[in-house]
Design a protein around this ligand. Sequence first.
Ligand SMILES: NC(=O)c1ccc[n+]([C@@H]2O[C@H](COP(=O)([O-])OP(=O)(O)OC[C@H]3O[C@@H](n4cnc5c(N)ncnc54)[C@H](O)[C@@H]3O)[C@@H](O)[C@H]2O)c1
Length: 424
Amino acid sequence: MSKLKIGVLGAGRGKVMMKVLLNHPDAELVAVCDSYEPVLEGAKKLADETGINVTMYSDFEKFLSHDMDAVVLANYAHQHAPYAIRALKAGKHVLSEVLPCATIAEGIELIEAVEESGLVYAYAENYCYRQDTFEMWHRVKSGEFGEISYAEGAYVHDTTHERPALTLGDKDHWRNHGHVNFYCTHSLGPLLTVIGKRPVSVMGYELPNFGRGGKVPGRWGGAGIEMVTLENGCVCRSLHGWLRREGARNVNYVFNGDFGTLETSRFNDTPILNVYKEGDKFCSGEWEHYDPTPRIPMIDSVAASGHGGSDFYSTHFFIEKILGRPDGLEWSIDVYDAVEMGICGTLALRSRLQGGVPQYVPNFRNKEERDPYRNDRDTTHPGVENGNLVPRSLNADPNPPDDKFYDYIRSLYKEGKKLHSYDI
Ligand SMILES: NC(=O)c1ccc[n+]([C@@H]2O[C@H](COP(=O)([O-])OP(=O)(O)OC[C@H]3O[C@@H](n4cnc5c(N)ncnc54)[C@H](O)[C@@H]3O)[C@@H](O)[C@H]2O)c1
C-alpha cells in the first residue's frame, strides 16, 4: 500500500505534526507551507535532518495544488474553517488544529463542506488523547462508572511571559484578540469526549484580572469558565486561562459517575490517575492510583511526539480514519463534535455579554437547526471575513494596549526575550 501524502500549513505548531508524519509508517510528509520565512526555514531544517524530500511553499494556493491526499492546518486559530473549506473543495482530507471555527456560521459552513466532500475531517484536540484523559475515555465508555453527573476540566496556562514569541509583537495576531472563553477546547474537549454526551446549554464567566496580571496591557480577564449542561443533565465546569500555577500538572480533569470518580493528579510526585470505584454497597469502594499503559500502543518511531504522546494520537487516528481502520473510525474527533466543542466558547461569551443568560447549544447534526444560525457571525477577531465584531467583555479594559506596548513586545521578540515585567 502506498503511503498517504500529507502537507502541513503553518510550521510553528505544525512542526509537531511534521515530526509524526516524518516517522509514520502509513504517511509521507510531502509539503509544508508558511508565509513567514524564518519559520519555513526551521521546517526545512527539520525535514532535511530526516533526509526526506519535502517541498516548501510560502503561498497557500501553490501548496494546495501539490500532489497530496490530505492537509494538516496549523495556521492561525481564528482562520481554520475557511482554510479547511478550501482544502476540502480541493479534494484533501483535513486535520485541523484548535479551534475549529471563529463564528457559529463558519461552523455550519465547515460541517456542510465536510458533508458535501465525503472526505475526512478530524479535529486535533490533543488534550483528549493524553495518557490520563484517553484512559478515562476508555474506562467511562466501557460503562463501568454508569452515568457521569459532574465533571471538571482545567487548562491553566499562563502565557504572559511568552507573549513576544507567541505574538511576534503583531497587534493583529489572533492571540491579541481572543476573549477569555475562546480557547476552550483543551479543558472542555476531554469532558465531552470522555462522557460521550452532547452539550445543550452554556453559561460563561470571566474571572477578574487582579494585581500584577491586570497591569499587563491587553490582558482581558484572568481566565474563562464555561458551565456546560449535557443532554443527560450532567454539569461540566471548563476552566482555562492565565491563573498562577506553573508545573506539568496544571491541567486537570475530574469525572463523578454513578459508580465512582476518576481524577487526574495535581502534583508531579503522584501517579497520573486516581480512580475510586464502588461495588454493590453504598459508600464502600476501592481506590486505584496508577500510571496507565496506553490501551492503543504508540508506534515506536513516532512515540517521542509532544504533550505526553497526545500529539501522536490526533494525527495517527486521522491517518487511520482515512484508511478506514477501526481505531480511526472510533477515536478520531469528527466535525460535529469539533464544532460543538468550539462554539461552546462563542456561546459562553454571548452568555457573559447578556449578563449570564444560559445559551442553547444547537445540534447541527440536524439540518433544521442550522438555518437560524447561518448568519451568526459574532466574533472578537477583526480579521474574520464578514465577522460581526462584539466586545470581549462587559467590563472596561483597565489597561488597553497601545502602540508603545506592541513596540516593546516586538523588541523583546527580536531580542529573543520573554516578558518578565510590565513596567514600560
Ligand atoms: N493543540 C495544542 O496543544 C496547540 C499548541 C499550540 C498551538 N496550537 C494551535 O496551532 C495553531 C498555530 O499556532 P502557533 O503556536 O504555531 O502560532 P501562530 O498561530 O502564530 O502560527 C501560525 C503559523 O501559520 C502561518 N500561516 C498562517 N496563515 C498562513 C497562510 N495563509 N499561508 C502561509 N502561512 C500561514 C504563520 O506564518 C505562522 O507561522 C493555532 O491554531 C493554535 O491554536 C495548538
